[in-house]
Design a protein around this ligand. Sequence first.
Ligand SMILES: O=C(COP(=O)(O)O)NO
Ligand SMILES: [Ca+2]
Ligand code: NA
Ligand SMILES: [Zn+2]
Length: 308
Amino acid sequence: PLVTSKEMFKKAYKGGYAIGAFNVNNMEIIQGIVEAGKEENAPLILQVSAGARKYAQPVYLKKLVEAAVEYSGLPIVLHLDHGDSFEICKACVDDGFTSVMIDGSKYPFEENIALTKKVVDYAHSKGVVVEAELGRLSGIEDAVSVSERDAAFTDPDEAVEFVERTGVDSLAIAIGTSHGAYKFKGEPRLDFERLEKISSMLPNFPLVLHGASSVPQEFVEICNKYGGQIPGAKGVPEDMLRKAAEMGVCKINIDTDLRLAMTASIRKYLAENPSHFDPRQYLGPGREAIKQMVIHKMRDVLGCSGKA
Ligand SMILES: O=C(COP(=O)(O)O)NO
Ligand SMILES: [Ca+2]
Ligand code: NA
Ligand SMILES: [Zn+2]
């Protein structure tokens, strides 16, 4: 059924695992993710960004997610990723989303609180849960000074005050991850001390990791072998994600790894089958690559297999 993340986060927190939050933009991406969830019997968070709503038109994504629920019978959350205004959050709540993110992390602390509280009050009145963000995502570059890091990353004291004053259901924190395929200039590192502090000061409170793709070199190489140009792409090592999942992180956002899996397989297919031009012939393998990627994530990174 279509559910909020409340129950699945409670179980994930207690069980020391995390739920995968996968960005969706079209039918094949959704199908690949849902097939994986079915095979693994795992709960799913299908998340839609503002860009995805523009690309596909909201009604298509909503109906595709409803189809996923009907087809799979899995507990599925329909989540707005990086909502940037009260208006888009309200629109999604009114449109049947079961969870929305209001990302006020670019505003000063007090403004972020005010905006988040406004969204929480409305969403909660409709039985919808809210994710917010405190701190700014940026890699821990060696060049980045400690003071810059402290300015960007989530302050544990502020996190406690933020949660208390907004009533938000989960919080995206900044501890060294960043969006996209180029996450670290130097060695990948996350600020686990900071994570430990935040989660110890917010016991039983679900934390969220954005920018958590691992950027498997296998797919980077296939992309580059068949005409792609993504040199130096780097992500978060899987063991760091497993560790975070045991430390209060209940939701791990994955978009880039789906893109790489789908793009690598389509590039390869088209290169190996120059005479083929039926979209199903390359979208099918793209979908399959997403399915296999998500199965791997559920089994070996998130730990949410069998938890539906
Ligand atoms: O945080 C993400 C996705 O991060 P990645 O680019 O690491 O997949 N979406 O909100
Ligand atoms: Ca402080
Ligand atoms: Na967890
Ligand atoms: Zn994100």
